[in-house]
Design a protein around this ligand. Structure first.
Ligand SMILES: [Fe+2]
Length: 192
């Protein structure tokens, strides 16, 4: 017998990547939350501490940490810069290092910045419709290089976990900065 069991579905608006429905948790990261993330700490402190940098929604039909399942969510990165560095997510390795992830861009323009365990760092341009496979053992973060919100959806194993501490301690080996009006990945510690 057929039956409609999901009378209250979880929904995503692809134009904005906003998710609504059951089992959706929202969080926001503001300028105040991102101390130490950007190269120019003085420029960060000059911005309004309440200004949102990115919003995350996680749809967890099963608890995080469950082996064998999947979690899904969306992120919206606001346009803006701290000095010459684009607004960016903190970035993480997965706590279970071999776990991968998919990102799919739904709006805006940006860059998926990737770094392997040898600290080799590169990026993939993001625009509406781009599909990105993030292999295991690869740290990932996203910068908005455009003038409108950058939105993407993501799917990852429910037991992947997040290791933000490694990035908070060691950072990425390069930063995406606007130089001459375009994004350039510059090794960290380079002044220009
Ligand atoms: Fe991830």
């Amino acid at each position: 017998m057929l039956a409609i069991t999901d009378a209250q579905p979880t929904l995503v608006d692809f134009a904005t990547a906003r998710v609504s429905g059951r089992n959706v948790a929202d969080s926001v990261r503001t300028i105040a939350d991102l101390a130490g993330v950007f190269r120019d700490e003085q420029a960060r402190r000059a911005l309004s501490p309440e200004r949102p940098v990115y919003h995350v929604q996680i749809h967890a039909p099963i608890p995080e940490g469950t082996p064998g399942g999947l979690l899904w969510g969306s992120t919206i990165v606001e346009p803006g810069r701290v000095g010459d560095e684009y607004f960016i997510t903190r970035g993480h390795f997965h706590a279970e290092r071999d776990r991968g992830e998919f990102y799919v861009t739904t709006a805006g323009e940006g860059a998926l910045i990737l770094m392997d365990e040898a600290r080799r760092t590169w990026y993939e341009p993001m625009r509406s419709g781009t599909v990105h496979y993030i292999p295991g053992r690869t740290a990932h973060r996203v910068a908005n290089t455009g003038s409108v919100p950058l939105a993407f959806v993501a799917c990852w194993p429910s037991d992947a976990g997040h290791d933000y501490e490694s990035i908070a301690r060691d950072g990425f080996a390069a930063r995406l900065r606007e130089i001459g009006g375009r994004p350039v990945l510059v090794p960290d510690g380079v002044a220009t």
